[in-house]
Design a protein. Structure first.
Lengths: 313, 313
């Protein structure tokens, strides 16, 4: 069942005190080279550096007191692990973050600094899931999924709600597509709060399960997870896909080189640090200029956690 | 003679239509590790990516019509060259930018993209000055100095004027110190518009002519210009030093490693791109934490033009 307008608004009231209202930036140069008017919602400036904070805060707040007492668990080597750790710390509950042994040191440290309990396991998905199950069994903790969870999707929608409050005139909003949680949340907020505002996803062609799923009408899978957009390697889920199918017009696929070029443009011209994942929407606009010409386009810059010692340029 | 409060205000009215009012950012994490409340004035988001736009706009506007007809000339391989080119373009006059032959391709291109006429010469200071003299002679162009020019100093003061409008409670403001033009401008605005707000300069120890000049009371020179803070290699001048001597309390010197560490902290934690030069003030706060403890401190992030292929980390 698709959440209502009241669900989105209720979520915002719940999430608002715990997140930054991030700024919306523009760039004369990027408007010139695209021919569109671009409005960048800077979730790279969000607490812990990504929009994921919104979904984590909402999901944790919606737990029962009994659940809260036993804490939460997720498996993630990326932003969602940090988001759950920080949200749990702020809301005064325990968070167990299952991470692969080979995760970068800085990512493990970040989770620990946010008060999360890091539980290491071998790096296969099977091991991560089994280890999470063990934590659920032993600690009674509640599992939180990074994208295929209605509370997370609703939490994500609040970024677009803010963007549309600031710029109600937007005609299209483009989020990057990974597990589909941000795309679904964006589509919900645009549907209820936009003035005829459509949502177009932007996805790396190498992991374009969402693009293919939208065409076929059923959830497709990726054979590889290899892309520079490391936040977008995850698979579409059965909670977010119905929302996407019902509210999303189109998904544009882009090549690796196009992602890297768009990322560099944002770094050089806007002087802000974004992850490769959130360069994907600008890459889509640059690829299909005619489609966005003279349009007012919102772009979700989803996060800014990047390893400065390992840049793609 | 030190400019008056009216001079600063008049400058702001003149400069305002041509520059961005840049945002002031804060960082919970950086406040925690320094023990101070830091307010970062983001001139890295300024047009052409640096505060230099302010001085260039003001200096050009103050020319006579006769001077404007013959254009302006400066020698710079850095931000001031770009600033003069862009300001001249916006104000409809001709700009000649003398640049060393070995200047990076992207810097030459940036000046050309802003409509500047690039004039190449050998890379010694003598050659640059002689080439500039030739342009003055042949074209009748007016020479603009990047830091030792009262109109440039007054233009620079407008960044601090805005910062104090947004945060009148600031107790100290720290600009980086290179040629002294930003330090002098900051000191003027803080003197006239601050509520008991002092100004402390931050300078790389390797090129600390301003630090030594403030101690000796006369203009000292640097024996080397080697520092990662490439915008701060220039020398103090006879126009800005009297203002600095009269209004600046202190200059803090920092090591190369401290600059690089502070730069990385700002990139990683604030998710914004700054030049090494403007990491110098944060490095100074980190070095002398006791001095700034519980203080409200303004930090001028002077620019964001950095070669992404050649980062110091």
């Amino acid at each position: 069942m698709i959440p209502t307008k009241q669900d989105v608004l209720g979520t915002y009231e719940r999430v608002k005190p715990w997140v930054h209202r991030t700024p919306v930036l523009t760039s004369t140069y990027l408007n010139e080279i695209t021919g569109a008017s671009l409005f960048f919602k800077c979730e790279n400036f969000q607490k812990m550096g990504a929009f994921k904070m919104r979904g984590a805060v909402n999901a944790i707040q919606n737990l029962s007191d009994e659940q809260k007492n036993h804490g939460v668990v997720t498996h993630s080597s990326g932003n969602f692990g940090q988001a759950v750790a920080l949200a749990a710390q702020k809301l005064g509950i325990t968070a167990f973050i299952v991470m692969p042994e080979n995760a970068p040191f800085v990512k493990k440290e970040a989770v620990k600094n946010y008060g999360g309990h890091v539980i290491l396991c071998p790096s296969t998905m099977k091991d991560r899931e089994e280890t999470s199950q063990q934590v659920i069994k032993e600690k009674g903790a509640t599992f939180l999924h990074p994208s295929n969870d209605m509370d997370v999707i609703l939490g994500n929608s609040t970024a677009t709600l803010e963007l549309l409050e600031d710029h109600p005139e937007l005609e299209v909003i483009i989020p990057p597509v990974g597990g589909g949680g941000l795309l679904a949340g964006t589509a919900l907020a645009a549907h209820y709060y936009g003035m005829n505002c459509s949502v177009i996803g932007a996805e790396p062609i190498r992991v374009n399960d969402a693009y293919r799923s939208l065409l076929s009408g059923k959830i497709e899978t990726n054979s590889s997870s290899e892309t520079v957009a490391d936040g977008l390697r995850t698979q579409l889920g059965d909670k977010n896909f119905p929302i996407i199918k019902s509210l999303v017009k189109e998904i544009i696929c882009v090549e690796e080189e196009e992602i890297i070029q768009a990322m560099r443009l944002i770094w050089e011209r806007m002087k802000i640090i974004i992850e490769p994942s959130c360069a994907v929407p600008l890459a889509a606009v640059l690829k299909e200029k005619e489609k966005f010409k003279n349009k007012k386009v919102g772009i979700l810059l989803s996060g800014g956690n990047v390893d400065l010692s390992n840049l793609p340029f």
